[in-house]
Design a protein around this ligand. Structure first.
Ligand code: GLN
Ligand code: ZN
Length: 753
């Protein structure tokens, strides 16, 4: 076995510091550039990353740098490697790279692979589809190409792949098929890949097995042990490079014990989100001690003590791939020196890892300057203004259960029915209307100072006027203002609340070429002035129909931000909850009778271990209720959830205690309704009647059929008719006919009542 490097990372961002890969991909997809242009842009990016990591101190000789590049997604990379192509794609006569993109994006009527969230992150992977007949054999050893490419540049990288067990655990079995039944076929391919890597002189390979940290993948601990043992005994039996298995995102104690009984040479443990195992045999322990999920400077001193207490051969690493954080915090123009001092993006984290490895090797004194700087940053953080605000701490401490309760639903339902006199199956939308190029342009001009506050506002009011007029013309029952003032449903609130900041270059890949720029929640959160009230009241002044107020809920604000770690998440959530509660109160006082508080990320933050889920649900639901329970019985609270199988949080939907809940449901054919009814849910429900993620315009018949299906599961007095999600990514050409069909279909179903 070659020695394992003393410092490494599990993975590095790949979209490019200036989103170079995004641009290269989108230009290629749009037919504006050739395949070889895309390929050379990707190659440039890879080599730049390796050089950068080398400059930061990762060894280019000892395979410290993972070859974690992907054109789109690391799970899709394995699907391509295995040739595990679903039948609907098999007849296309296209180049392998185009087939790869076809799987991700759909092609000539063949629907793309489903996309879903990767563990408890906001990164999405493409779900493999596996059944008894899925072809599984080695197509092209892409990891070997990456190795050779780097080698030519004088760098020894570590080929990196999602491991076989996690790959199959994340796969969807067709018609109830268990993808793990294909484990041996998959292992055959991995073994062949490893053999070829070995022949090419690769010293180390990395297999990522985060699947072992989750209880949500339908496998018992015992089954998992058997599968792991079987897989890694087989994989280690042939000629192969030394193997590192990673277990990022959570607790993996029993899996690590099992792996230690196999012949793998190194095991990674996530010491930030997981638990330190008792034993890992005689393996190299790759200690994931620097948080790969958040952007705060590490407590180097504490980390070094902890590392020093670990027996055996220890290598210092990130807890997860750094793909979840932006590249370089030193590029930001932070609004305070404190923020510059407190933050660490991927590059700063690599430097921290290198420092820790040096400290471990040479002793504390060798890194005393770095430790002192980190200590000073942490000390400063306790004292800095805004980090702990007395009035905010007192307000959250004074919250009682009564603040999270409303009048009984029956009473609310009567009061609301009287106030709004809506027809059966009211029609509405989820909030946003298309973000047109004109809106984006106005926002850009405003940011550059070329449109002043009044001019910008006038443009947005024009937009709201036209959105309201359109909804009246369409005949919708409950209107929205369309959210033109929001760049993003979280960032907009972050920009308007105390305790947050935003970044300029802090892009993180969400899926494929799509990136988000999470906000940074660094201090105590409060609201210094109303945020949405003037937009909602302006919209309401234009129509006699009710206009829904529109807010993002506390859990989603937390999920899509980088959140401070010096305060329990539940308390941070309550701070946001209280700020939103003030906003809800102001909307109510201003005459807005229906207020929607979106929580699309409720499922995302659900802990991976069953034993942690109850506590999470308590604080997350508690914060939503804190935000929404301060209103009169005749004020109607809506919420909206999407992006998930709701399976694991289905009973939580009832606990949110909203009067009306809209859910993504069109793609799963309303399956969620009986499941929801079984939890005792008996309030208003708006199952999405068409899929807004597709550019296809739903026909009146399709919507009628889905809505009629819904009307069988839910009494008409409680049923609402709405799309699956917000419309901001669609065009008016798509939205207008779709909503026309929605209104007509609803009339048809109403007439049959
Ligand atoms: N109100 C938001 C919108 O319509 C909800 C978005 C979401 O669910 N992700 O855009
Ligand atoms: Zn949604």
């Amino acid at each position: 076995m070659s020695t394992f490097p003393s410092a490494t990372i599990v993975g590095y961002p790949r979209i490019g510091p200036d989103r170079e890969l995004k641009r290269a991909l989108e230009s290629y997809w749009a037919g504006k550039s050739e395949r070889d242009q895309l390929q050379s842009a990707a190659a440039r990016l890879r080599l730049q990353s390796y050089e950068r990591l080398s400059d930061l101190g990762l060894s280019t000789v000892e395979a410290a740098i993972p070859a974690s590049f992907s054109y789109y997604d690391q799970v899709l990379d394995v699907t391509a490697l295995l040739g595990a192509i679903p039948e609907r794609f098999r007849d296309f006569d296209i180049e392998p790279l185009d087939l790869y993109f076809a799987l991700a994006r759909g092609h000539q009527g063949a629907a793309a692979l489903e996309m879903t969230k990767w563990f408890n992150t906001n990164y999405h992977y493409l779900v493999p589809e596996i059944d008894a007949h899925t072809p599984i054999s080695l197509t092209h050893n892409a990891p070997l190409d990456l190795y050779r490419e780097a080698k030519e540049a004088g760098i020894t990288v570590r080929p990196t792949l999602v491991g076989p067990v996690t790959y199959l655990l994340l796969a969807k079995g067709i018609d109830g098929y268990n993808p793990l039944d294909r484990l041996d076929d998959v292992i055959d391919v991995y073994a062949e890949v490893l053999h070829q890597l070995y022949a090419a002189g690769v010293p180390w390979v990395q297999l990522d097995e985060p699947g072992v940290t989750s209880d949500n993948l339908g496998i018992t601990t015992e089954e998992l042990q058997n599968v792991l043992l079987h897989a890694y005994r087989r994989l280690t039996s042939g000629k192969r490079p030394s193997i590192l298995v990673t277990t990022p995102y959570g607790e993996a104690v029993s899996a690590i014990e099992t792996l230690s009984e196999t012949d793998v040479e190194a095991i990674h443990v996530d010491l930030v989100h997981g638990t330190q195992p008792q034993t890992w045999g005689n393996k190299v322990l790759v200690a994931g001690i620097v948080n790969g999920r958040n952007i705060w400077r590490a407590d180097l001193s504490g980390a070094l003590s902890r590392l020093a207490s670990l027996p055996g051969e220890v290598s210092v690493a990130s807890s997860t791939s750094l793909q979840h954080v932006p590249y370089d915090a030193s590029r930001e123009n932070w609004e305070s020196e404190d923020l510059a001092l407190w933050t660490a993006f991927a590059d700063q984290k690599v430097a921290e890892i290198v420092t820790l490895a040096r400290g471990l090797d040479e002793g504390r004194d060798a890194v005393s300057a770095e430790l002192a700087l980190a200590d000073a940053a942490h000390k400063r953080r306790h004292e800095a203004p805004g980090v702990s605000v007395k009035a905010i701490r007192e307000a959250t401490a004074a919250v009682t259960q009564a603040d999270r309760e409303r009048a009984p639903y029956s009473l609310r339902a009567d009061a609301q029915a009287q106030r709004f006199s809506l027809p059966a199956i009211p029609t509405t939308t989820i909030g946003s209307f298309p973000q047109t190029p004109q809106i984006r342009q106005a926002r850009a001009l405003h940011a550059k100072g070329e449109l002043n506050e009044d001019q910008y506002r006038a443009r947005l009011e024009d937009e709201i006027r036209s959105v309201i007029a359109l909804q009246e013309k369409l005949g919708l029952d409950v209107l929205v203002h369309g959210e033109p003032e929001r760049n993003d449903m979280v960032q907009y609130f972050a920009e308007n609340l105390e305790g947050f900041t935003t970044t300029k270059h802090g892009w993180v890949q969400s899926y494929g070429s799509r990136c988000t720029r999470p906000s940074v929640l660094w201090g105590d959160v409060s609201r210094s002035a109303p945020i949405t009230v003037s937009w909602s009241t302006f919209a309401q002044s234009l129509t006699d129909k009710p206009v829904k107020g529109m807010l993002t809920g506390p859990v989603t604000i937390l999920a899509w931000s980088f959140v401070r770690e010096d305060l329990p998440l539940g308390e941070v959530a309550d701070q946001v909850g209280l700020a939103l509660r003030e906003e809800v109160g102001d909307l109510e006082s201003a005459g807005i009778g229906i207020i929607q508080v979106d929580e699309p990320a409720l499922r995302e933050l659900l802990p991976l271990r069953l034993e942690d889920q109850q506590e999470y649900l308590e604080w997350s639901i508690g914060s939503f209720r804190l935000a929404t329970s301060g209103v009169r019985p005749d004020t109607q609270i809506h919420t909206h959830l999407c992006y998930s199988e709701f399976g694991d949080v289905i009973s939580a939907i009832d606990d949110l205690n909203a009067d009306v809940t809209s859910l993504e449901a069109a793609r799963s054919h309303m399956e969620v309704l009986p499941e929801l009814a079984a939890t005792g849910f008996d309030r208003g429900i708006g199952p999405g009647v068409y899929d807004i993620h597709s550019p296809q315009i739903p026909t009146e018949e399709q919507i009628t059929e889905l809505l009629a299906l819904a009307a069988e599961a839910v009494p008409a007095q409680r049923l609402w008719s709405n799309p699956d999600c917000g419309l901001k990514t669609r065009t008016y050409q798509e939205v207008i006919p779709s909503l026309e069909n929605l209104v007509r279909a609803t009339a048809t179903v109403r007439a049959q009542l």
